[in-house]
Design a protein around this ligand. Structure first.
Ligand SMILES: [Zn+2]
Length: 238
C-alpha cells in the first residue's frame, strides 16, 4: 500500500474533515443497544428506568417483551415495578408492529425490549433496520447465555449487530463470593447441562424440582452449589 495515498491513509479516521457523505451534527440514525447480564442482575429494573427517563424527555416508546415471567405481557422487575408491554410473538415482524403504530397516528421514538435473548435472529435484524432506517433508539435487555453456558440465538445476533454492548454492572455473586456469570439449571442438587432452553427466563422454581442458581465459572464447571444447597435449602433475601 502507498502510505502517501490519502484515501487509504488509516490516520484519516482522526482527520477533522469528515469523509465524503458523512453527516455533521445530530446522529443520523438510531442506535441498537444490548444490556446483558445473568439472572437477577436488575435487567428489567434498568429497562423500566430507561423507559421512564426517555418518557420524561417527551419521547414516545413501545415496551416489548418475550416470555415475561409475570404471565401477562409486561416488563416486571423483582423489585415490584411493572409496566404493560407488547408480547413479541415468534412470528411477529417488529417492523410491522411499528408501522401499525405510525398508521394509527402514534409516534414511536424508541423501543425497550426485555427478555431479548428469546428474540429470533431475524427479529434482531428487524430491530437493526428500525434503528438505521427509522432512526429508532432500541434498548434490548437479556441474558447472554443459557443454562448450558452457550449464547442464546437472539443474544448472539445482538452481539453481532448492536452498536453498544453493555454488561450490567450490578454484580450477582456466586455463593463463594466471586461474580456469577452462569445461569445454572438445578435439579435435585445437580447442575443440568441439556434440555429445553426456554425455562431459563425465571429464577423462581418452574416445578417442584427445577430451579436456577447463578454460579461463577469454576462452580458452574464443577457443579458445586455451595453449602446452602448441601443443607437442602437456598439462601434467600425474602
Ligand atoms: Zn463460585
Amino acid at each position: 500500500m502507498e502510505p502517501t495515498n490519502p484515501s487509504t491513509d488509516p490516520t484519516d479516521a482522526l482527520s477533522a474533515v469528515p469523509a465524503a457523505g458523512a453527516h455533521r451534527g445530530a446522529a443520523p440514525t438510531g442506535r441498537l443497544r444490548f444490556f446483558f447480564g445473568p439472572m437477577d442482575c436488575g435487567k428489567s429494573t434498568l429497562a423500566l428506568q430507561i423507559d421512564h427517563n426517555q418518557a420524561r424527555q417527551g419521547r414516545a416508546g413501545l415496551l416489548l417483551v418475550r416470555h415475561d415471567r409475570s404471565g401477562a405481557p409486561a416488563i416486571s422487575s423483582r423489585m415490584g415495578l411493572a409496566r404493560d408491554a407488547l408480547e413479541v410473538h415468534e412470528d411477529l415482524d417488529v417492523r410491522d408492529l411499528v408501522r401499525h403504530r405510525w398508521a394509527a397516528g402514534a409516534r414511536v421514538d424508541y423501543l425497550v425490549v426485555d427478555e431479548a435473548q428469546f428474540l429470533s435472529p431475524a427479529q434482531v435484524d428487524q430491530l437493526a433496520e428500525l434503528a438505521d432506517d427509522a432512526r429508532l433508539d432500541v434498548y434490548c435487555f437479556g441474558l447472554a447465555t443459557d443454562f448450558r453456558s452457550t449464547l442464546f440465538p437472539g443474544s448472539r445476533r445482538l452481539f453481532e449487530l448492536a452498536d453498544e454492548l453493555n454488561a450490567i454492572q450490578v454484580e450477582v455473586l456466586c455463593w463463594c463470593g466471586h461474580p456469577g456469570r452462569f445461569n445454572a439449571r438445578v435439579h435435585d442438587g445437580d447442575v443440568l447441562r441439556a434440555g429445553d432452553t426456554v425455562l431459563v427466563a425465571d429464577t423462581a422454581p418452574t416445578t417442584d424440582e427445577v430451579r436456577y442458581q447463578v454460579l461463577c465459572r469454576q462452580h458452574y464447571r464443577t457443579g458445586d452449589l455451595g453449602p446452602a444447597a448441601a443443607q437442602g435449602r437456598q439462601l434467600s433475601l425474602t
